[in-house]
Ligand binder design. Structure first.
Ligand code: LLP
Length: 444
């Protein structure tokens, strides 16, 4: 097999449709985001580096607020969290979904109002519960039967805590089996089918210090169709009606979770948020009318669709190897800053920046620098045939679940995060250094 050298740039290689709206082409063949040249940012902060377009994040928060004017929109912090992110989300009027004492404390110490925060987690530690009660978190989502007694006793006989119950509706949806949470046979939530949700709800209603405000349902992540949300909503509203019939309790809230899918490469499908908002609302009103229920307040928890498209990862090419009929382009990051291709087989669309490329292209495999053959960031990527060490590659749609899932593998260190906004770049999170590793390693 020989290396495929194509005569001209394929149509999708120059497509900026998945890039932030502020992206512009520069005369030298490079790109700028929010008025900041990517190549200059790579020089200034070193590589790998992650950029976040503040304006894009804010615009996405506003897009949610506009599409769901009657709902509470909570940003799912697990997608990406930093103190600046906390501030942007707060300023744009969103609440927050957290799943650990760490996310919770970071948010609250950055000034986020605790009553606008919902705490999740299939296995909340004593520390998680203690932090939630101490800081006065708005809602705690019960995910397993044993949490009910634990929480009630932590709250104490005179205390009070609002809670929701995470229900598994029996709907399969999501971009990969590892991120599907709507059916039985996975670790999250309480089954609607086998009665565990109903059982837990009866127990909570029997605990005077716990106030059940509603049901929660997150069916999965990277979902690109509205239909599974509607099916899940119908089932959960059915359960709300049964709760009313059995216990005489009308729940005022319904949290339909997040999971809104985005395009990682040009041409890929994304969830239509306007359609989701319109059809969820109609379905909610109709199902509640059919069941004679007062319409509960809708809550949603998008993470990926807020942060993902606003992020860009910049890497420097360290080596190019032409072997076995393939072109391996090795960069200075990899699975320690982005484990998603290895975990879920996700495909990205890196592109060369910082110089005007040769016209001929090759199909390259962009690999990381880690000690695993599976450390592949992107396969079958059209790159200039003259790609060489020193070149810069930029990966769009890098803002969600990359840095938040980054690891210390090979002691490479996690990259810094730089905000770009109105022509300026500013450091939000510094690069993890050898000193950071050394200072944790106390057992010499
Ligand atoms: N709410 C709950 C309860 C969740 O568990 C999640 C995500 C969200 C909201 C936000 O979902 P989003 O809108 O971001 O899809 N690491 C995987 C994604 C795992 C999602 C976990 N839960 C990935 O890289 O694709």
């Amino acid at each position: 097999m020989t290396t495929a050298v194509l005569p001209q740039l394929p149509a999708d290689a120059d497509d900026l449709s998945v890039w932030p709206a502020s992206t512009t082409r520069l005369p030298d063949g490079g790109l700028a985001v929010a008025g900041v040249a990517l190549a200059e940012t790579a020089e200034r902060f070193g590589t790998p580096v992650y950029l976040l377009d503040e304006g894009e994040i804010r615009a996405r928060c506003r897009m949610y607020r506009d599409a769901f004017p009657d709902a509470d929109v909570l940003y799912a912090a697990k997608a990406f969290l930093s103190r600046a992110m906390v501030r942007w989300v707060d300023e744009e009027g969103l609440g927050l979904d957290v799943c650990s004492a760490g996310e919770l404390e970071l948010a609250v110490t950055a000034g986020f109002p605790p009553d606008q925060i919902v705490l999740h987690g299939n296995a909340k530690s004593p520390h998680d519960m203690e932090a939630a009660l101490r800081l006065g978190v708005g809602r705690i989502v019960i995910d397993s039967p044993s949490e009910i007694a634990r929480l009630a006793s932590a709250v104490g006989p005179k205390g009070h805590q609002k809670v929701m119950v995470r229900v598994v509706p029996g709907i399969s949806a999501g971009g990969h089996e590892k991120i599907r949470t709507g059916t039985d046979g996975q670790k999250f939530g309480l089954s609607l089918t086998d009665g565990s949700a109903q059982h837990a709800i009866a127990r909570i209603i029997g605990q005077p210090q716990l106030q059940l405000t509603g049901l929660h349902c997150h069916i999965g992540s990277q979902i690109t169709s509205v239909k599974p949300y509607l099916a899940a909503l119908r089932r959960v509203v059915g359960l709300m009606a049964r709760i009313r019939d059995t216990h005489g309790v009308v729940l005022p809230e319904l949290d339909m979770g997040g999971g809104h899918g985005i395009a990682y490469r040009p041409g890929e499908p994304a969830l239509d948020l306007t359609a989701l908002a319109r059809r969820l609302r109609t379905e909610l009103i109709e199902s509640c009318a059919a069941a004679g229920l007062t319409v509960p307040r809708l809550i949603i928890e998008p993470g990926r669709a807020v942060a993902g498209p606003a992020g860009i990862a910049l890497y420097r090419v360290l080596a190019v190897k032409r072997t076995g009929g393939q072109v391996f382009v090795a960069v200075d990051g990899g699975m320690s800053d982005n484990p998603r291709p290895a975990l879920y087989g996700v495909r990205y669309a890196p592109r060369l920046i910082g110089r005007r490329p040769d016209t001929a292209t090759c199909r390259a495999t962009v690999v990381g620098r880690h000690c695993e053959a599976g450390d592949i960031l992107a396969s079958d990527v059209p790159l200039p045939a003259d790609v060489r060490p020193g070149d810069l590659l930029a990966v769009p749609v890098a803002g969600a679940y990359q840095l938040s899932m980054a690891s210390g593998y090979n002691l490479v260190g996690r990259p810094p995060v730089v905000a770009v906004h109105e022509g300026r770049a500013r450091l939000l999170v510094r690069r993890e250094s050898l000193d950071d590793f050394r200072s944790r390693d106390v057992g010499f």
